[in-house]
Each structure stands twice: as structure tokens, then as C-alpha cells.
Design a protein around this ligand. Structure first.
Ligand code: SF4
Length: 457
């Protein structure tokens, strides 16, 4: 879509981030003010997810059966390309040309919007923040505040360019967005949502939102497509109820979100309201591989954003620096596992390992432990060679003295070189802007001997 906004200044980003994450930290503290209740929630939620992850094939078969009993269809997608094809094929069969979308990180992960646009389907994001960044052609800045980096003036400029002139007043902007989106909801033949959690014993899915747009997407159009990561189900409806309250507590400190919808199957066979068709697309895209690895604990993640809001690195750097959909400590673990592009491994270095993310995670995921494991695995094969050589040299005096004699003139020469004349090599970037201290003419040992001789004399 036309009309890019100017890049945001670093100063403004820092202010917006500090304000937003600070508010969320306060709210979360209120939501978990009772330590006994927090511990009990965490233990029960972990147990439920771990039970599902211990027998996913059994539980998924049960889930598929329940969904189909309720008139829905279940599709399994091995990777992102297959998931995109399946959604496009469902739309083609149902004659869908306009689709409304609720917020879904799994859909961002599989890059669904470009695939829909490529076949001529108009896909409109309906979460207000997502709607803004879709118009701006940007990626989400924060799970809960995708457009928090944009001011109301910039949003007014964007809306005026796309729809009609509007003042930079929050009420006017919301009213215009509502007017445009209502039209889209009424025109859409299909609604597409993510899934926050799904119960295998009944085929019930929960959608947790604070704008009610998820409810419109899932009930108004004649086709509802839900795209779910393979890790989202839990065994029972009781587990679903537990996670439906744990998620908003961890995210914004509320015991329940403004809109919580529990949905089951299609209304196609009854005269009641609701979609005539329901399709559940279950996406693997690397999750089975994670399940079989030492990183399986990350599959407990609820995408609540609590670890982001408490992470000193995320608060200073912001979401865009992580380079993909998943950000903060959980993103630093998930991105290399799910995407695995060159450079993704560096994300494990973006942590102080202070442990606050583990402490604030409602599922008690050992994020620092997982990050440390990634660091160890990502080491280049010769990584340990240098420390071993140094240890060898330091434990043999002759070797050490010989190395010093060789290094002294070399370092002296290098310390005089300016940035332009540095020899090539990986240390060049590090040396740029830094100066080596001048080499002393004598060694510590030599100086000690000299002073001893003088005392004797
Ligand atoms: S890792 Fe924990 S704190 Fe972070 S988003 Fe996932 S559930 Fe929330």
C-alpha cells in the first residue's frame, strides 16, 4: 500500500518503549500480587501443557475428531508454504475475495498476507494496531502494541492519505478506523484468526482480545479459518479456562480480557448464527523438531509479552531490532529454532542472563538456560582453541616470555596505525574507534628484579 511514514527517531522510540513497558510491568505486578496464587497458576498451566506435549499425536487426533464432529475441517501443514497453500485453497473453494483478519503471530510467521494478496484476496487486519502498521507497510513493534512507535499525528497522516481527512485526535481516529473496519467486516466472505489455546477434549478454541475484533472475524463472515501453531492445544476445557485467565494476567494484569470467545465448530448445520464453514489449520513449521530437542520448554510459551516488558535489552532496543516476528527473550530462543537464517544465532548474545524473564514468565520457562544452551551450541568449532593455547602458555614461563618478546614489537606497531591502515581480519571492526595502550619498555618481572638488585646494592 502506498504512503510510507518517515522513520521514527531513536529518542521517540526509547520514550515510547519505556512508557509502554513500564505501564505493563506495573499492571502485571497487580495481576500477580498473590505469590501463592501465582505459583499455583504456574504449576497447573505448566502441567497441562507438558501433558499435551508428552503425547501430541494422541491429543491432536482427539482434537481433530472433536472439531469434525462439530462440522469443522482440520488441515495439517508441515511448513509455512503448505500452510499458505491450504489457506489460499480454502479461500478459492469458498469463493473468498475479501477477508478480515484478527491478530495472529502464527500468520505473521508464515507470511500469509503477501500470499493472499498475490492471488487477489484483500486481507484487512482488524486489530487497530495491526491495521495501522498494515497501512504503513511496517512490521509489529511489540506483541501487544504493534504500532506503539507511531504518534497520533502520524496515524492521522496515514488515515488521511488512505481514507479521508481526519484530525490527530484519538477519538476521531478510532471512529474513522471503526467506520472503515465495519464496512470490511460486513463485506468479507471469510474471517481469519489465530488461536490462543484449544481444548482437545471438546474441540473448543479460545480467542482472547481487548478490542472485540476477533469475535467479529470469527462469527460474522460465512467462513472462519483459524490458524494455530501445533503447540497451542491443552488436554481439557478446564486447562483452557486456566490459560484464558493466566494469559491476560501476565500480559496486562487483568484476570480476564475484555473479550474472551470460546468457539466450537461451524454453525453450518444449524439455523443459528455463526460461520457456515470452520477450518482449523494446524501449523508445524519446525515445532516437531523443537519438541524432539532440548529446547522443548519454549513450546510452553503463551506469547504474553511479559518477558519482553521486563528484559533490559528489549526495553533499550525495541522489537524491530530482533529482525523477525518473535522478539525479546522468547524471540531470541524461537527465531533461530524456527527460522534459522544466518545471523539468527547472534540473538542469544542479546541477553544479560539476569534471569528476570524466567522470574516473570507465567509458565516459568527457563529462558536464560535456553539462551545459554544456544550460545554454547552456536560456538564456532575452533572457539575453545584460543583459551586452551593461552592456558598452555601461561603455565610455561619460557613459552610466555618468548611470546611476549614476539608480541611486544607487533603490538607497538599496531598501536600506531590509524583506522585506515589496519590489517584485514575480524578484529578490524572492534579496533575501529579504539586505541591500543602504548607498550611498556620493560616487563613486570624485569622491573621487580631491577628493584631487588638496587635494594641489595
Ligand atoms: S516466554 Fe513466557 S513471558 Fe515470554 S512471552 Fe512466552 S509465556 Fe510470556
Amino acid at each position: 500500500m502506498a504512503g510510507r511514514l518517515k522513520p521514527v527517531s531513536q529518542e521517540r522510540l526509547a520514550q515510547a518503549l519505556a512508557g509502554f513497558t513500564g505501564r505493563l510491568r506495573q499492571l502485571r505486578a497487580q495481576g500477580f500480587s498473590d505469590p501463592a496464587l501465582t505459583a499455583s497458576f504456574r504449576a497447573r498451566a505448566r502441567a497441562a501443557k507438558l501433558e499435551y506435549l508428552s503425547r501430541p499425536a494422541f491429543y491432536l487426533a482427539r482434537l481433530a475428531e472433536r472439531v469434525e464432529d462439530e462440522g469443522g475441517r482440520v488441515h495439517f501443514a508441515g511448513d509455512a508454504a503448505e500452510a499458505r497453500q491450504q489457506v489460499v485453497a480454502i479461500c478459492a473453494r469458498a469463493g473468498v475475495s475479501r477477508l478480515v483478519k484478527g491478530k495472529s503471530m502464527t500468520c505473521e510467521e508464515i507470511e500469509l498476507n503477501p500470499a493472499l494478496e498475490a492471488v487477489g484476496i484483500q486481507a484487512t487486519e482488524t486489530d487497530l494496531g495491526e491495521f495501522i502498521i498494515q497501512l504503513a507497510g511496517e512490521t509489529p513493534f511489540h506483541i501487544l502494541g504493534p504500532a506503539l512507535h507511531r504518534t497520533r499525528r502520524e496515524i492521522a497522516e496515514l488515515f488521511s492519505r488512505h481514507f479521508e481527512p481526519v484530525d490527530p485526535d484519538p477519538k476521531a481516529l478510532t471512529a474513522l478506523a471503526r467506520k472503515v473496519l465495519r464496512e470490511r467486516f460486513l463485506q468479507a466472505e471469510a474471517g481469519l484468526t489465530g488461536v490462543n489455546v484449544m481444548a482437545c477434549d471438546s474441540g473448543t478454541m479460545a480467542l482472547v482480545t481487548n478490542e472485540g475484533n476477533g469475535r467479529f472475524c470469527s462469527t460474522l463472515p460465512r467462513v472462519h479459518i483459524a490458524v494455530m501453531g501445533l503447540e497451542k492445544p491443552v488436554p481439557t476445557l478446564g486447562d483452557l479456562a486456566l490459560i484464558s485467565t493466566l494469559l491476560p494476567r501476565a500480559a496486562v494484569g487483568w484476570p480476564l480480557s475484555s473479550y474472551v470467545s470460546w468457539l466450537r465448530g461451524a454453525a453450518g448445520r444449524s439455523a443459528g448464527a455463526g460461520p457456515r464453514e470452520f477450518h482449523l489449520v494446524i501449523v508445524d513449521n519446525g515445532r516437531s523438531r523443537i519438541l524432539a530437542s532440548d529446547y522443548r520448554e519454549i513450546l510452553l510459551c503463551l506469547r504474553c509479552s511479559s518477558c519482553l516488558n521486563h528484559c533490559p535489552i528489549y526495553i533499550a532496543a525495541g522489537g524491530h531490532q530482533y529482525g523477525w516476528v518473535y522478539t525479546g527473550p522468547m524471540g531470541s530462543v524461537l527465531t533461530p529454532l524456527l527460522r534459522g537464517e544466518e545471523g539468527d544465532e547472534d540473538l542469544s548474545q542479546a541477553s544479560t542472563l539476569c534471569g528476570v524473564c524466567r522470574e516473570k514468565c507465567p509458565m516459568g520457562i527457563d529462558l536464560p538456560g535456553l539462551l545459554l544452551r544456544r550460545r554454547q551450541e552456536a560456538r564456532p568449532p575452533l572457539h575453545g582453541l584460543l583459551p586452551r593455547l593461552a592456558a598452555e602458555m601461561l603455565s610455561h614461563r619460557e613459552l610466555f616470555q618468548g611470546a611476549c618478546r614476539l608480541a611486544a614489537p607487533l603490538l607497538k606497531g599496531l598501536s600506531h596505525l590509524d583506522d585506515k591502515h589496519l590489517p584485514p581480519g575480524p578484529w578490524r571492526g572492534w579496533r575501529r574507534g579504539r586505541r591500543l595502550p602504548p607498550m611498556s619498555g620493560s616487563t613486570l618481572l624485569g622491573a621487580l628484579r631491577h628493584s631487588k638488585d638496587r635494594t641489595r646494592g
